[in-house]
Write a protein that binds this ligand. Sequence first.
Ligand code: PRX
Length: 650
Amino acid sequence: MGKEIYYPNKDFSKQARIKNMCEYNDLMEEAKSDYEGFWDKLAKEKIDWFSPYTKVLDESNAPFYKWFIDGKLNVSYQCIDRHLDTKKNKAAIIFEGDRGDKETVTYLELYRNVNRFANLLKNEFGIKKGDRVVIYMPMILEAAYAMLACARIGAIHSVVFGGFSAEALRDRIEDANAKLVITADGAFRKGKAYMLKPVVDDALSKGCDSVEKVLVVQRNFEDITWVEGRDVCYNELVKNQSNECEPEVMDSEDPLFLLYTSGSTGKPKGVQHSQAGYILWARLTMEWVFDIKDNDTFWCTADVGWITGHTYIVYGPLASGATTVMFEGVPTYPDAGRAWKMVEEYKINQFYTAPTAIRVLHKTGEDEPKKYDLSSLKVLGTVGEPIDPPAWKWYYEVVGGSKCAIVDTWWQTETGGHMISPLPGATPIKPACATFPLPGIMAEVINKDGTPVEVGEKGYLCITKPWPSMIRTIWGDDERFKKSYFGDCVKDGKPVYFSGDGAVVDEDGYITITGRMDDVINVSGHRLGTAEIEAAVKKHSNIAEVAVVARPDEIKGESIFIYVVLKEGDGSFGINAELAKEINSIISTEIGNIAKADTIAVVPGLPKTRSGKIMRRILRAIAKGEEIKQDTSTLEDPSVVEAIQKAVNG
Ligand code: PRX
């Protein structure tokens, strides 16, 4: 582990909310000595309650924890109405399109736009509290309006990333029994129009009986097919709606949204988030981790289809009354200076992106940041996958001018917001290290039985106490929720939340994430389950057996490597580009282009134990070109290892 330490910028620390490690330790101590008191104080201070809660935490039905019992609030009110007295003319969202078109929306305009959208949902489609609405949208303002409009009327939104295929979209619509799908004709990427509506048409061509209507926002105005009686155009209809819409009174524990994510087995899980706990933590992490201030302009480059987009483009920044930037395009178009040009133009203060983007920008435009005035930057963030030290250094020195803290934020769809991260004014940072749990978060690296791991030894990254923004359940599957997150590790005899990640703690107590311990792959920060990909590959008529593993990739972090055993082959084995095309085309139909494999190897068999379990560790080692160190004697047929090596290495 690196010994290099980067101390916070002194001027920054002076004005930061948490100024030094003493203040951090005090907060942590406060949480440890009176856990409920700690959260009670924050919830009272940070949320405008319609009516107060009667109890902070209910643990009676663990692990189905409940927070802020009987409290009433509305999340869109927290994000918009609450600011109107003091900030009505302040920019809430700054939108920039792929082709450079711009639009700034003030808090008052956001209020009107969201209310009109909410009225449309209520009046035209009869959407009411508790109904599920799927949002399959590009990165345009209407995606944020749609989310906030759902929150306003108490509908549960499920945003599906626009890169997912029709099949993947259909699965998510059906699992949630959605009544309405909100989409766009398409949008723009790299200067060209692309389409989304045809994917929705395809998804709805089979099943999806719950869907009554499709609301279509026209963005690129390309020709699309309109289905009579089902499809409704947003652009004109919304103009007739009233600017006022009473926010629905929601209970703290009513679901706010579902977001599907991959696990190690089976189909994606509908992670269910709450109202109060989620919005409290979204706001607090904006204040602690990004140290957001009233004059700041915050830019998170994620897509709203992922949790990062939910919490740090929409809910967190708006709950904090900040100005948030929403960008339709990619940071490398028209050139690798695009992101830095935007930082200069909008005087961005906090910039939050993924290591993959940092690596791409580093590789394709090492000196690009130097062409722009980036002096407005105060905090740089990274999320989604481990960042490697060279990319970290470039980000720190060239982008941040060696004066900005880098917050390497570790968290997950299930945690709602950051869990482990440096605090920019307080934490001495070690490169590529998530450092310490945030105040109130009892993240620990332990063995399965709850005992602490030795310094430098890999352990299970667990959160040993419930926290307000945690996943409440998997939509429609309480048993899977318990098994997925509370089935592996215990502490003091009680099941505790296991994240699926491994981590190590160094001699100074710093936590470094080592990556997933389960069969989840992280390609460019996109979380994919090997089981899902394997299920897709099996749809190919000539595949008898398949195993999907990850291989380290310089840009993407990990890439997908697939081993297949054919039903009928010509006896030749090895990397097969022809078959790869066929299989990737199936993957792209079943899941989306993000899950395509880089390499497909035809092998004579898979390494299996006598009980039939595939030894993926061996397959991972072969994919990486490593020596096999594992004991292969327990395999049903140890000779298969050599045969696979021969097939892969030629
Ligand atoms: O493996 C961890 C990795 O991303 C996983 C969560 O993925 P997802 O739910 O899609 O959410 C991504 C955005 C929060 C984690 O289990 N991960 C996330 N942040 C980091 C990370 N790995 C290393 N360092 C991080 N900072």
